[in-house]
Design a binder for this molecule. Structure first.
Ligand SMILES: Cc1cc2nc3c(=O)[nH]c(=O)nc-3n(C[C@H](O)[C@H](O)[C@H](O)COP(=O)(O)OP(=O)(O)OC[C@H]3O[C@@H](n4cnc5c(N)ncnc54)[C@H](O)[C@@H]3O)c2cc1C
Length: 354
């Protein structure tokens, strides 16, 4: 048995700071396990979750491999999001296949080779999509990825917020370091789920959280097939009524929420590959909370055992948050060990001086 202190269901409140995808998921899982939570959010309109396209896909197209913990993460999300759709009375989970349009002959060959790999088989289909030629230019063909889809994150967040409000456990305000300290002093717990915005430096190390700017369009593309998502270096996600989310950019500068010229390249790529004309309906920009090793940052502080952190989901929040939140809830409530890949303590070598 672990000697660490665990939250007490009757006595302790777990304050979740940030109601993005990470904070909402953690709060809902803790409430489901009968813990008292209180969620706080500053309702910043360009948070990563509000802007995100919402796609999940367990394959990495760089080397055509399953992403880290791909099997576990897909099983977790396929169980949790539909369960929360029922709980919250809202529809936001949209599983759908993804057509990977190969950029060159090498990618086609690699796909054929990997189709026989037993661990990839559930995710790669030999089937081809009928009529795809009238929608996309695809001289090297395409493959179909299974167990993917898109999450309507704003609908999920709105429904979760209504649920927290109905349980009188939601406050709209920016939490200060002083408030966090006050909750800790009175014996409560605090989990920082603040995305790219670090609330404090309490962990005694320089946690390498990096804001990465992304832009995503909503385009109206009449005639484009709405049965599947596509990836041709850019992605298209059918939202219904001829609307498609199309993106996205990865920018280190400038860090402002304004559209930048990098977004124009998305439209040029669409023109080259999609065989239907489009109209621009919207362009949104936000910041992904990324880390230097591309793994999330999870865990409890050593200096203050009731202070935790849950962030760093980069461009993979939709697939990674349900599994990581379940993993963290087990750690918090049962004292089970965290995987070293996600544990913030892997950054101990970045100790702060003084
Ligand atoms: C353009 C773009 C496209 C993306 N596309 C995808 C995609 O297709 N698939 C995918 O999986 N991921 C995608 N992402 C990434 C995804 O958005 C993130 O992984 C995920 O949403 C991060 O969620 P989070 O809750 O950790 O952070 P956030 O969404 O940033 O949430 C943090 C919350 O904390 C609040 N907050 C911060 N400080 C305080 C404070 N002091 N007090 C109170 N509240 C505070 C913020 O306002 C915010 O509401 C995309 C991101 C961008 C920018």
């Amino acid at each position: 048995m672990s000697a660490v202190r665990l939250p007490d269901r009757e006595r302790d409140t777990i304050h979740i700071i940030g109601q993005g995808l990470a904070g909402s998921m953690l709060a809902l899982l803790l409430m489901e396990a009968d813990y008292k939570v209180h969620v706080h959010d500053d309702e910043y309109q360009t948070s990563s979750s509000v802007v995100a396209a919402g796609m999940w896909n367990p394959l990495s197209f760089v080397n055509l491999k399953l992403s880290w913990m791909g099997h576990e993460m897909v099983s977790s999300l396929e169980a949790i999001y539909p369960r929360f759709e029922k709980l919250l009375g809202a529809s936001f989970f949209h599983p759908m296949p993804l057509a990977r349009i190969f950029p060159d002959a090498g990618s086609t060959n690699l796909w054929e080779e990997r189709c026989d790999n037993p661990s990839l088989k559930p995710f790669m289909s030999d089937d081809s999509i009928s009529d795809i030629d009238s929608n996309f230019l695809q001289p090297h063909g395409h493959g179909v990825v299974q167990h993917c889809g898109w999450l309507d994150i704003p609908t999920f967040l709105y429904a979760a917020r209504k649920y927290f409000e109905a349980h009188t456990c939601y406050s709209a305000h920016a939490v200060s370091i002083g408030e966090q300290q006050h909750w800790l002093d009175q014996g409560d717990w605090v989990i920082q789920c603040t995305g790219w915005k670090k609330l404090s430096d309490d962990f005694g190390v320089d946690l390498p959280l990096i804001a990465n700017k992304g832009q995503v369009y909503t385009l109206e593309i009449p005639g484009l097939d709405e049965r599947y998502m596509s990836n041709f270096g850019r992605f298209t996600i059918p939202l219904g009524n001829n609307l498609f989310r199309v993106g996205s950019t990865y920018e280190h500068r400038p860090l402002d929420p304004l559209p930048s010229p990098a977004a124009q390249q998305i439209l040029e790529d669409v023109l080259q590959t999609v065989k239907h004309p489009y109209d621009v309906r919207e362009l949104k920009a936000g910041y992904r909370p990324t880390t230097i090793d591309r793994f999330p940052i999870v865990g409890l502080n050593q200096r203050h055992e009731r202070l935790g952190i849950f962030t760093g989901f980069g461009s993979r929040g939709v697939i990674a948050v349900p599994w990581c939140a379940s993993h963290f809830v087990e750690h918090l409530t049962q004292g089970s060990p965290l995987l070293p890949e996600v544990n913030w303590q892997r950054f101990q070598w970045r100790k702060k001086m003084g």
